[in-house]
Design a protein around this ligand. Sequence first.
Ligand code: AMP
Ligand code: GLY
Length: 439
Amino acid sequence: MKVLVIGSGGREHALVWKIARSPLVGKIYCAPGNAGTSEGAENIDIEPTNIEGLAEFASKNSITLTVVGPEMPLTLGIVNEFEKRGLRIFGPSKEAAEIEGSKVFAKYMMKKYGMPTARYESFNSPDEAKEYIEKGSRGISIPLVIKADGLAAGKGVVICQTKEEAVKTIDSIMVEKRFGSAGDKIIIEEYLKGEEASFMAFSDGETIIPLASAQDHKQIYDGDIGPNTGGMGAYSPAPIITEKVEKDIIDTIMKPLLIGMKKEGRSYKGILYAGLMIAEGKSFVLEFNCRLGDPETQPVLARMKSDIVPIMMAAVEGKLKGKEIQWRDEASVCVVMAAKGYPDAYEKGKEIRGLEDAKKMAHLIVFHAGTSILIPPHPPLIKGGMGGFKILTSGGRVLGVTAIGADIKTAIDTAYKGVNLISWDGAYYRKDIGKKALR
Ligand code: AMP
Ligand code: GLY
C-alpha cells in the first residue's frame, strides 16, 4: 500500500521511519518533508495547509492511508475534505481538532465533563480581563497563567509573576495582537505546580490505546529556564507515569474526554494528546493536542515494537477494540539540536557536518526537522539517499538525535555521543535532557 505523511518536522521523519518498517507499505510520500524524510519517502512539494492540493495528490496517486503530523491542517478540516472524497486519513475532524484549536473550547470540555484542571475564566474583552486581575476576584492570585485562545505555535501561554506583567500580557495579546486573531479571546487560569508529562493515545472514537509515556523539555535553557520552545528534547518512558498514575489519567481524563466529544457530536479519531501537570500522583490537564507531540514522538516510536500501520488503519475504521501495542523495554532519549537564536529569529542555511558518522553509530537514529538538501548545479550520479549532497539547516529545531539504551542513563550517553559527532555554525542544544528522569 501507499502512505502519505503530511508535515516536515522531526515528528514526521519519525513517522516515515516507523511506517517504512511496515511490511504492508510499498511506497511513502511526504509533503513537504525534509532532508531526512527523503531517505524513506519521496518528498512532494505541497504545503500542509494546501488541503485541496493534498487531496488531489492522494486521489491521483491512489494513496491507501494519509497520516497528518501537525495541528494546522487538522484544525483547517483536512480530514473532513479527505473523507468527503472517500480517502482514508488518520486524524480528527475539524470539529474534533478544536480540542487543540481553541483553548476556550478545551476548558469548556474539561469543566463540563469533570476533568481535573486549573480553575479559569475566559474573556473576550481586555478591560474585563484586566479588571478581573486587578480585583483578584473569584480567588485568582499571582502567579497566574494567561493563554491565547487560538493556535500560536506553542508560544501563546504566558506565566505572569506580577499583576503588572499580567496587564501588559493582556494588552500584548488582545490589543497589540501579538498572536494575531488567536488572541481575540484569552483564558486566565490558576498556576499549577508539579511535574509535566505527555500522555498520548490512539483513539477510534470508542476505544483508546495508550502510547508509551514521555516527558518533554519545553524551555530553551538547561534547568528548565528561559522561554518556552516547541520542545528541546524528550525521553520515554516517563518514570512519573507509574501504572497507577496511568490508570488515573485514563479514568479521569482520557475516557471522560472521549465520551464528552462523542456527546458533543465531535467523535474523536486519531491521536489524543494530554499535556499534564502531575503532583502527588494526581494528574491535571494543561492542554489537549489533536496530534502526536514533537519531540515526544521520536523516542516513543523508537520504542514501538508493533507495526504502526494496522493500528492507524484500525483507528480510522473504528476497530481498535482488542488491539494491543508492544513496546521495547529499553528507554529512549531524544536531544534536539537547534539553530542559533531559536525560539526567536534564527539562522538558516548552515551546512551540517558529521551526519554520516552519526549514522554509523549503533542504537542511534538522527531524525531531521528543519533540514534541506542543497542540490549542486551538476548533481553527482548517486541514486537515492542524500549521498554527495550537502545538508543545510532550514528551521529552528534542526535535528532530534535519538538513542535507545538499556536504561535512561545509557540512552542519554549514547544520544550525546551522537550529538558530539554533529556540528554546524551556531548549533545549540541542552546538556541536561533526560536528567529529570534519573532523579
Ligand atoms: P500549554 O500550551 O497550555 O501546555 O502551555 C504551555 C506550557 O505552559 C506548559 O507546558 C506549562 O509549562 C505551562 N503552563 C500552562 N498552563 C499552566 C498552568 N496552569 N500552571 C502552570 N504552568 C502552566
Ligand atoms: N512537545 C510539545 C508538543 O508537541 O506540543
